[in-house]
Design a binder for this molecule. Structure first.
Ligand code: HEM
Length: 392
């Protein structure tokens, strides 16, 4: 379904092999644990704007966050070096529209065509085939998401400092390169742009009451952090106590991360408690395989149940309870399964974790997060059951 909806350039859907390895190499150059430090200035600039926006219109929390991550990816010295307008920007709107489609595309077994690929041969003119209509609705938009910004940068007269620009410039100087190298650059930038934006937008559908329901169908690690603070208010006190003690009056930067153990444990617990992709990305085995007493025939779809794995007893008792302190118990590991497994393990995790830290730490430092009031001044409660689908 992902390929039918135009996501063929997204690395998560490229089959393992040489073509995928070339993408991964290009991606790592820019997003490895050291290289992502280069994003810090643009993240800090974006954060200032985010805090101002939150102060002015806190009820638009979700919108502001979505804009901020989009801006970090698009901005100078990042992927494209394209300035984002403060409101109604076409590049942010397009991520918003495509991520709605992406969310439904990756839900395992939602589409019959994922189980019986032969169905894709059905002609487009046959009426009443939901997957054809869905794919048609999103295909052009999904392709625009990658093509439009790439072509803007490619057609610039002088190079800038973005990933796309420096990679194209390097290519021009090389005497000997593979003819499709430009496609790799386009695909990698398109993947980073889509993945960055989708980190913030939920891939599943939410129904929460309270002030977080201003934008329904939205979730993110950040939004789940807010839900956790509302449901477990004592956590907010501990976070703010640590931030005030360590930082005094200033806002945190990446250097401070090592001195904020409670905040780190809090962010890890948000990912364990409400992983953004509860069932990961489905994969298919390329060869017959045997696991324990199971024979797995070539072509079988494998779905990693990250939601359940993150509830394993190795994370301590009461897995449904939100408890950052579980990571201070001896032998309890830091969670990783929210980022997938093996060689397809998420390569954007360093970027995502840094952005999450910088944005969340600053928000908790300067704001108190409370429930929205109804017209009589009473708190509107938030339901703990925030994810309606995509969870086993
Ligand atoms: C909280 C944030 C994020 C989470 C929880 C997350 C999670 C995941 C998961 C579960 C996968 C599939 C892994 C597998 O198949 O086993 C994945 C793949 C991927 N992610 Fe992320 N991701 C996040 C943010 C990002 C960001 C910000 C980027 C880019 C800047 C990114 C880039 C990618 C790419 C390129 C892949 C495909 C890797 C491959 O082809 O093997 N991710 N991510």
């Amino acid at each position: 379904m992902a390929l039918l909806s135009g996501w063929d350039y997204n690395m998560a859907f490229i089959r393992y092999g040489d073509w995928w390895r070339r993408h991964m190499r290009a991606f790592h150059q820019f997003f490895n644990s050291k290289a992502v430090g280069a994003f810090e200035p643009v993240k800090l600039k974006t954060r200032r704007q985010l805090l101002r926006n939150l102060l002015d219109t806190p009820e638009n929390f979700s919108e502001h966050l979505k804009y901020s991550v989009g801006r970090v990816i698009m901005d100078n010295q990042a992927v494209y070096a394209i300035e984002i307008k403060p409101e109604n920007d076409q590049f942010i709107i397009i991520t918003h529209l495509t991520s709605e489609g992406f969310g439904r595309t990756v839900i395992p077994c939602l589409w019959l065509v994922d189980i019986f690929p032969i169905l894709k041969r059905l002609p487009d003119w046959l009426p009443g085939i939901p997957f054809k209509n869905f794919a048609k609705k999103y295909r052009d938009l999904t392709q625009d998401l990658s093509n439009i910004p790439f072509n803007i940068v490619k057609n610039r007269e002088s190079p800038d400092y973005s990933f796309v620009s420096t990679s194209l410039e390097r290519l021009r100087r090389l005497q000997d390169f593979q003819f499709d190298e430009e496609t790799v650059i386009k695909n990698v930038s398109g993947t980073a742009y889509a993945a960055g934006a989708n980190t913030v937008r939920n891939r599943f559908f939410l129904s929460v009451s309270g002030w977080v329901n201003v934008v329904k169908q939205t979730y993110s690690a950040a939004l789940q952090a807010v839900v956790a603070l509302i449901l477990y208010p004592e956590t907010q006190k501990k976070l703010q106590e640590e931030l005030d003690r360590v930082l005094g009056d200033r806002l945190p930067n990446l250097e401070d991360r090592k001195d904020l153990p409670y905040l780190n444990a809090f962010l890890a617990e948000v990912m364990r408690w409400r992983p953004p992709l509860p069932l990961g990305v489905p994969h298919a085995v390329q060869e017959d395989d045997v696991y324990g007493e199971y024979f797995i025939p070539k072509g079988s779809i494998i779905i990693a149940d990250s939601w359940q794995i993150l509830r394993d007893e190795k994370y301590g008792p009461n897995p449904e309870e939100f408890n950052p302190e579980r990571f201070f118990q001896p032998g309890v590991p830091w969670p990783t399964e929210q980022f997938g497994f093996g060689r397809r393990f998420c390569p954007g995790r360093f970027f995502a974790e840094n952005a999450n830290f910088l944005f969340m730490a600053a928000i908790f430092k300067v704001f108190n997060i409370t429930l929205k009031k109804d017209e009589n001044g009473n708190d509107i409660p938030v339901s703990e059951k925030t994810i309606e689908s995509g969870v086993p």
